[in-house]
Write a new protein. Sequence first.
Length: 117
Amino acid sequence: VQLQASGGGLVQAGGSLRLACAFSGGRFSLYGLGWFRQAPGEERERVANIVAGVNRVFYADSVKGRFTISRDNAKNTVYLQMNSLKPEDTAVYYCAAGFRGEAFNYWGQGTQVTVSS
C-alpha cells in the first residue's frame, strides 16, 4: 500500500485548506483511513479517522466542528477539509491506512500546513 498526501500550504487564520491522500496498492474500501499531525517538539496526534465499511468517523476534540474527513471510494482518495484554521493547527499532516480493524500500518509522506495569525 502506498499513500501520497497533498494539499498543504500557508493560510491565514480563519482560512481553509483541503488535504487529499491518494491510495494505491490495495483494495481501498477495506481500509480504515486516518489523518494525523505532528507539530515541532510535540507528539503525533490523531486528527480524524474513518472506519472501513461502516464509514464511522472520529475527530479529535481540537478539530470538531472545523474539520471533516471523507473518502471517495471511486477515486481511492481520502480528504481532510479544514475550515476556520487556527495557528495551533500548524503541523505536518500525515495520512494513514489500516486494513479493516487493524492498526494504521501504512503512512504517507506528510504535507506541511502553516497557519499564520
